[in-house]
Write a protein that binds this ligand. Sequence first.
Ligand code: ADP
Length: 305
Amino acid sequence: MSAAPGRRGANAFFVTFGVGLAVLAAALNIGWVVLTWSEVVPLLLGVTLFAAIITGLILNTMFLVREVRRNEQHDAFVNAVTHELKTPLTSIRLHLETLLARSEQLDEAKRREFYDVMLEDSARLQHTIDQVLRTGQIARAPLHKARLDLRALVAQSVALIRTRLHLPVEVMRLSPAAPGEEAVDVLADEVELASAVMNLLDNAVKYSGDHVDVDVTVTREGARARVAVADRGAGLSPSEVKRVFRRFYRVPGPSTRGVKGTGLGLYIVQTAARRLGGRAYVTSAGPGRGSTFYLEMPVARPSGV
Ligand code: ADP
């Protein structure tokens, strides 16, 4: 999420300017107090006015800093989405053009390989479009809540991710249910919940580099149901564990370099969790030491929907 050097210079200038003005106003205020020490009315009037000016300047500078940050995040998001839309589309076009131009020279195996690449690229396109649409609608979309078996939904998502990302079963494991916990029923919108779980699984693989080793568990603790996705990948520093759920946020640095993404996945997870009356959070032992993402929600009452 880094700004261009020119713009960073301009930002630093205006922030310094704002802070400078606030300091100048404070100095003038002190001068005014010294000059009018013996006259109560101008003294009180001056101090009040200066206090108002200083407060205004500080608020204004804070607002500017926030807006600048937000703009930078929007820029990074637009770049990421553009990239995520253009790359698979270009790849599909290239493969189609090759198929059209050299179809006789390509044997059946090569053609199959091309079709597979194009299918993967269209799945990636679909994923990006879904993420963007979901973020736009997420707060407004009506929920179609129904009683669901959370364990079955997670098992389906794990199977889907394994197929989609060509993962051997042993690198993403779903722990067997504890006795008496075979079914964990929740009241949820199936599409929304599945999308949240898929985002967590997808990230666990994306941020594990070449060594994917993921454990997925579904447990019930009293009135709460919990999905935990533990990986041994990039991990997070303590300051990042809250930030990663913000919209458009991507951790700067080596963990995201070369990893495709828009910064929307965890925002979608958190919003879904809140709409279910639950929460999403993460724990990590630190960068490079893996992380565990949790999605928690109330279990459905036995009486029904
Ligand atoms: P995206 O993956 O599209 O960048 P997300 O909202 O899903 O967006 O994640 C936000 C950021 O949180 C990611 O860019 C990454 O820096 C960090 N992150 C997410 N999942 C993990 C994970 N399992 N391990 C380490 N970092 C993660």
